[in-house]
Design a protein around this ligand. Structure first.
Ligand SMILES: [Zn+2]
Ligand SMILES: [Zn+2]
Length: 87
């Protein structure tokens, strides 16, 4: 399936990759209704985090987002606890 039509259909802001923050000019991929660079999506899938509170192991794509003091931070989708990079 080609996603080439998306470059015309979507505005630049809609094509901003949530992983790297850059506008997607090529290698666009879709995951759960959000657009990523193909490479970024693969990297996000591989990146592991552990919840400091409940111990859940999560990929970057599974992380929730919370707002703390006006800043968006990554959090555990199950308990809302803080997450740390895990290898
Ligand atoms: Zn990207
Ligand atoms: Zn948790």
């Amino acid at each position: 399936m080609t996603l080439r039509y998306l470059y015309r259909k979507l505005s630049k802001e809609e094509r901003r990759c949530p992983y790297c923050g850059k506008v997607i000019q090529r290698n666009i991929a879709v995951y759960r209704g959000r657009y990523y660079h193909y490479g970024c999506l693969n990297e996000a899938k591989m990146k592991r985090y552990r919840c400091q509170n409940c111990g859940a192991i999560l990929s970057w794509l599974e992380l929730g987002e919370a707002e703390v003091l006006g800043r968006r931070v990554r959090s555990c989708p199950y308990c809302g606890g803080p997450v740390r990079r895990f290898r």
